[in-house]
Write a protein that binds this ligand. Structure first.
Ligand code: 5GP
Length: 191
C-alpha cells in the first residue's frame, strides 16, 4: 500500500481542509514533548473530555514520555447543534479520584470557554495538586469567559469545524484532518 499523503485529505462533504493530517501529527509530537518537559519527574492524570477529544488524546499521549493514568469524562454542551448552549451536562464522570494529582485535561476545542470553565471548577473542587488543559484547537475570538488553556495545538477562526474527533450531528469524527463542511450539509440538518 502506498503511504498516505496530505493529498488524501479529502472528503466529498468538506469544502476546505483547515488543518491537514500531517500538520496535526507534527503538532501532537511537539505538544507531547512540551508537556513531557513541563511535568518532568511527575506522574500525570490525563483526563480526556469525550467525545470530541478522543482522537487528539490518543495521538497526544503517545508523545508524552511520563508515567500517567488516563481517565475519561463525557460531557454534552451543544446537543446536536452548532451553537453553544452554555449548559454542560456530565454524561460520564471520572472513575478515579483526582485528589493530590497533576491533572491534565485534554479538550478538542475551546470556543466560548463555558465548557472548560465549568469543568475546571468541577475538578478544582476535587483538590488536584495541579490542573492544566491541553486543547487541540482554540477559537480565542469567540471567548465569553476568561479561562486558561496552557497547551494549545492551533488557534483557529470563528467557523464550525469537523473531523479528527469533532462532529456535526455525531458524524465526521473519524476524518484524520480538520475542515469546513459544505453549507448544504448544515441546511439538510436544520437545528
Ligand atoms: P465552548 O463551551 O467553549 O463554547 O464549547 C466547547 C465545545 O463545543 C467543544 O468541546 C466542542 O464539543 C464544541 N465546539 C465548539 N466549536 C466547535 C466547532 O467548530 N466544531 C465542533 N464540531 N464542535 C465545536
Amino acid at each position: 500500500m502506498p503511504e498516505k499523503t496530505a493529498s488524501a485529505d479529502r472528503h466529498p462533504d468538506i469544502t476546505t481542509v483547515t488543518i491537514g493530517t500531517r500538520q496535526i501529527q507534527a503538532r501532537c509530537k511537539k505538544l507531547g514533548a512540551e508537556i513531557t518537559r513541563a511535568y518532568e519527574g511527575r506522574e500525570l492524570m490525563v483526563v480526556v473530555v469525550l467525545k470530541g477529544a478522543f482522537m487528539f488524546a490518543s495521538d497526544l499521549v503517545r508523545h508524552i514520555d511520563l508515567p500517567m493514568q488516563v481517565d475519561f469524562l463525557a460531557v454534552s454542551s451543544y446537543g446536536d447543534s452548532t451553537k453553544s448552549s452554555g449548559t454542560v451536562r456530565i454524561l460520564k464522570d471520572l472513575q478515579k479520584d483526582v485528589l493530590g494529582k497533576d491533572v491534565l485535561m485534554v479538550e478538542d476545542i475551546v470556543d466560548t470557554g463555558l465548557t472548560l470553565a465549568y469543568l475546571r471548577q468541577m475538578l478544582t473542587d476535587r483538590h488536584p495538586r495541579s490542573l492544566a488543559t491541553a486543547s487541540l484547537l482554540d477559537k480565542k475570538v469567540c471567548r465569553k469567559v476568561e479561562v486558561p488553556v496552557e497547551f494549545v495545538g492551533f488557534e483557529v477562526a470563528n467557523e464550525f469545524l469537523v473531523g479528527y474527533g469533532l462532529d456535526f450531528t455525531q458524524r465526521y469524527r473519524n476524518l484524520p484532518f480538520i475542515g469546513v463542511l459544505r453549507p448544504e450539509i448544515y441546511q439538510q440538518h436544520p437545528e
